[in-house]
Structures are given as structure tokens and as C-alpha cells.
Design a protein around this ligand. Structure first.
Ligand SMILES: *Cc1c(COP(=O)(O)O)cnc(C)c1O
Length: 233
């Protein structure tokens, strides 16, 4: 078994342990493998180990990888855009990705909807909430959620699937859990309003267990699968 296959198996075990440890079924939690900065060869190893869902942060890099695997004829892959999205890059996301996790304003949502090709299914979107990181400019406050959710749900090129957050880094489990619970409460409320909502994207390598205990349905894991990232190149 190569490193990536080994790491993936370990991450899947951790997800199962965290889920069953709090009385949830492990199938309730989807693993999104975050492959930003990693080469297509690393993604190919993960695919060989059974992984199908990948998250990318940079539009151009993600589109190149999507094209690469499409040309190779690899079927069933699902690509999630999880990085900050600028208006001038929205078309590439609308035309290539299956999901976008970082919708935080109507203007971007409208562009994605208009630019989604008619022959593709609606783009699955999550609304990003700024739950705890005062330094981050991404995401809306929870108080703004009801209004933006109504607007996004009305756009024909999009399907509102739920919420996403990137909490401020925090090493204490109880504090990780407290923040994650705020997201889970907002997610449960949103679910009662929109039947398409089924996804809470929350939890990374260092806070995965707390996120799952709080109610996350999708964890975004990079480092624990692909190793540390090198940003110097
Ligand atoms: C990079 C990134 C991840 C993965 O983080 P790790 O700590 O490497 O698991 C998850 N979500 C987002 C939005 C990211 O940018």
C-alpha cells in the first residue's frame, strides 16, 4: 500500500470512530479529499484507493486537474471548489465544478447561476458562514443567513445544499465543539426550510472529531491524506 492509500484508510477509520463514538453512522459523514497544491499523480493514487470526491482552492489549478482526469476518462469524480471566489473566476467554476462551498454574496451566486451551462445539472452550493474568524473576510454572519438562503434557493442554476465554515484555528476540543455546534444548529434550522439542504461542510485535519460530534456531514481533509503542502513553488 502506498502512503496515500494508507493515509486514506487511516482517515476513514478516524471518521468511523468519531461517528460511532457519538452514536452516528459513519455513512452520514462524507470525506472530501483536499488536493490543492498536490499533483495529479497524488490524486490518481487516491482514486486508485477508492476516493472520488476532491476539493480544490485555486480555480485555474482545479480546472487543469478536472480536464486532466476527464481526458483520461476517469468516471464518477466529483469536484468541489472550496477556495475564495472572485467574480472574474466564477465562470470557470460554473463550467467545471460540481460543487462550490464558498458562496457568501448574492452577486457571486447570481453569476454562478447564469454561467452554469444548461446541459449540466445545477451547481451544488453551500453558503459560507464566518463563524469565529474575525480576521477572515470570507463568509457571512449567521444573522444574514435567512435572507441569502432565500435568494440563493431561488436561482435556477444552483441547488442550495447547506452550509460551510472554516473556524479560526483552535486546539482545544471543547472550544472546537462549541463553535461546530453553532454551525450545526444553523444547519438544522436551514434544513427545515429547504428540502434540498443536506450538507454541513465542517472539519479539517485538526478539528475533524469535534466537527463530526457536533453534526458535520462532510469533512475536508488535506494534510492527513496528502501530507504537508509546499507553497514555495
Ligand atoms: C486547505 C483546506 C482544507 C484542508 O485542510 P487540512 O488542514 O490540510 O486538512 C479544508 N478546507 C479548506 C477550505 C481548505 O482551504
Amino acid at each position: 500500500m502506498n502512503d496515500i492509500a494508507h493515509n486514506l484508510a487511516q482517515v476513514r477509520n478516524k471518521i468511523s470512530a468519531a461517528a460511532t463514538g457519538c452514536g452516528r453512522a459513519s455513512e452520514e459523514v462524507t470525506l472530501l479529499a483536499v488536493s490543492k497544491t498536490k499533483p495529479a499523480s497524488a490524486i490518481a493514487e487516491a482514486i486508485d484507493a477508492g476516493q472520488r470526491m476532491f476539493g480544490e482552492n485555486y480555480v485555474q489549478e482545479g480546472v487543469e486537474k478536472i480536464r486532466h482526469f476527464r481526458e483520461k476518462g476517469t468516471a464518477d469524480l466529483q469536484w468541489h471548489f472550496i477556495g475564495p471566489l472572485q467574480s472574474n473566476k466564477s465562470r470557470l467554476v460554473a463550467e467545471h465544478f460540481d460543487w462550490c462551498h464558498t458562496v457568501d454574496r448574492l452577486r457571486i451566486a447570481s453569476r454562478l447561476s447564469e454561467q452554469r451551462p444548461a446541459e449540466m445539472p445545477p451547481l451544488n452550493v453551500l453558503i459560507q458562514i464566518n463563524i469565529s474568524d474575525e480576521n477572515s473576510k470570507s463568509g457571512i454572519a449567521l444573522e444574514e443567513l435567512d435572507q441569502l438562503a432565500d435568494q440563493v434557493a431561488a436561482l435556477p442554476g444552483l441547488t442550495l445544499r447547506g452550509l460551510m465554515a472554516i473556524p479560526a484555528p483552535e486546539s482545544d476540543y471543547d472550544r472546537q465543539f462549541a463553535v461546530a455546534r453553532q454551525m450545526a444548529v444553523a444547519f438544522e434550522a436551514l434544513k427545515t426550510r429547504f428540502p434540498t439542504v443536506d450538507t454541513l461542510s465542517l472539519g479539517m485535519t485538526d478539528d475533524m472529531a469535534a466537527a463530526i460530534a457536533a453534526g458535520s456531514t462532510m469533512v475536508r481533509i488535506g494534510t492527513a491524506i496528502f501530507g504537508a503542502r509546499d507553497y514555495t513553488q
